[in-house]
Ligand binder design. Structure first.
Ligand code: HEC
Length: 272
């Protein structure tokens, strides 16, 4: 019995130490106020357009977004590019197609084509990134919403977009006791979920992307913009969903009121 208790205490102690150790190196995501938070929040079109530009010019060199089709960029609730703009954007990339004889040829992409992927397959992506795999970003803000998920996003405004922002801006000098054991080619980033060592070099530097509207292009501003763009990509129908939710609540409130009045009317005679 005593043996068992000692064993249990040892296990608990070890587990506690493990958790404490993890808590020391892992940081919770930074809290950012995004325009699309809360039950009435909507995306900022300009921010989504800037975010797309950051993705296209920087992140797309390593990360695919396989779920995205060019015409998504002009759909309602999105970045609000015009049809002509999307056509022009798509045409800057080529894709292999088959002609009438079944022979492959390259043609310009059209709005119904997917975003191009930077690498032909996982192995090629790993080789180019020192063994680490750059994850597909189509659903990253959903995949990294945290264990509290959608509720935390609704109540505290914390979720996947905050995580992405925190990883992009979270590179630090490693603490002295870890610096000597730094794995080759890895960078210290305590916000990375599988961290603190990440196989992605800091992807952003101040002024890297120039925005047409002259918006700020510090690392902080670009990280916000691209995180917002990725949030939209993960949930393109968010605005529609929130609008519908609001109408449903109004409808239910009116229905409740009517039912209450009907109930009073029916039962008045019985009460006397
Ligand atoms: C030079 C290649 C490269 C570029 C450019 C790059 N990344 Fe990465 N990224 C990687 C690799 C490789 C990993 C995986 C790291 C690992 O697993 O250790 C990664 C990981 C990530 C993660 C963490 C994912 C997770 O699993 O939690 C996020 C988020 C991310 N990248 C976003 C971006 C964004 C946004 C951009 C553009 C601003 C960008 N990356 C640019 C190579 C790149």
């Amino acid at each position: 019995m005593i043996m068992r208790k000692t064993f249990l205490a040892a296990v608990l102690l070890l587990a506690g130490a493990g958790l404490a150790g993890a808590a020391e190196t892992r940081h919770a995501a930074k809290d950012i106020d995004f325009s699309f938070e809360g039950p009435f929040g909507t995306f900022d079109r300009g921010q989504l357009q800037r975010g797309y530009k950051v993705y296209k010019e920087v992140c797309a060199n390593c990360h695919s977004m396989k779920q995205m089709v060019f015409r998504n960029l002009s759909q309602p609730g999105g970045p609000g590019f015009s049809g002509a703009q999307v056509q022009a954007l798509a045409a800057t990339y080529t894709i292999q197609d088959l002609n009438d004889q079944g022979e492959p040829f390259d043609r310009e992409r059209i709005p119904s084509d997917h975003f191009p992927s930077p690498f032909p397959n996982e192995q090629a992506a790993r080789v180019a990134n020192g063994g680490a795999l750059p994850p597909d970003l189509s659903l990253i803000t959903k995949a990294r919403a945290g264990w509290t998920g959608t509720f935390a996003q609704l109540f505290y405004g914390m979720g996947g977009p905050e995580y992405v922002y925190s990883v992009l801006t979270g590179y630090e000098e490693p603490p002295a006791e870890l610096a000597s054991s730094a794995p080759e080619g890895k960078h210290y980033n305590p916000y990375f979920e599988a961290g603190p060592w990440i196989g992605m070099a800091p992807p952003l530097s101040d002024g890297q992307v120039t925005f047409d509207d002259g918006s700020p292009n510090s690392v902080d501003a670009m990280a916000r913009d691209v995180a917002a763009f990725l949030a939209w990509a993960s949930e393109p129908k968010m605005e529609e969903r929130k609008g519908l939710g609001f109408s449903v609540i109004i409808y239910l409130v009116i229905l409740t009121l009517l039912l209450y009045l009907v109930k009073r009317k029916i039962w008045t005679k019985v009460e006397h």
